[in-house]
Design a protein around this ligand. Sequence first.
Ligand code: MF3
Ligand code: CO
Ligand code: CO
Length: 264
Amino acid sequence: MAIKIKTSAEINKIRIAGRLAAEVLEMIKIHIMPNISTATLDRICHEYIIKKQNAFPACLNYHGFPKSICISVNDVVCHGIPNEEEILQENDIVNIDVTVLKNQYHGDTSAMFIVGQSTIHNQRLCKITQESLYLAINMVKPGVRLRTIGREIQNFIEKHHYSVVREYCGHGIGKRFHEEPYILHYDAEDGGVILKQGMVFTIEPMINAGDSQIYRMPDGWTVKTKDHSLSAQYEHTIVVTHNGCEVVTLRKDDTIPRILIHKN
Ligand code: MF3
Ligand code: CO
Ligand code: CO
């Protein structure tokens, strides 16, 4: 199957969905504090997406996922299911992953939040993970081979003595939640994919403080690190432009520009 090149009309719709997804993360930030349950955070996001954004939380019922957003705390790598018994505590590191469906198009983004007072150790993992996403975004332009992006993420992460999860990857996005191309966050065979203007995909490295191995819980969703080390992830939805890219899920607290331009 060929990778879809999106029209400017499609990109406009993905831009809208992407902005909404980013706004959910901006909205939820002030609610992340000690003693709140992840189920409460899910409810707040659900109401906001449905009522304020007049949109739909794409994770809800996606392959049977039971909640509206994914919340992955500490050693949970991804796909954490919000629940009433999970109560946030000081220094927890929390990934919130939001996918909004609006006018038939998706926008997908996630970020880390640290609860209350945090240790340098926890801050550093989140910061390095975000920097790995930023360095990948900075490479995106027509003509670049996908594989080189994965290789640079892996080099950067391993230089900092962390590890890259192998089992999950970024993905093309649009009318479908997940489609080609699949963006690996490490050096691996990519089928020779070269980026072209009009491709739209996510980059979403999952980074472990310890070993890269993971396992899935009996609930069929929650993924944890095998060694119970902490895991962090950041995700943006990116459009390849003629001379760089556009980050359609950019938030106010991001420290890269929305539009990246490369002269050569
Ligand atoms: N938002 C996730 C991603 O980045 C996918 C979550 S699927 C779910 O691709 F079913 F777990 F919600
Ligand atoms: Co994604
Ligand atoms: Co996501």
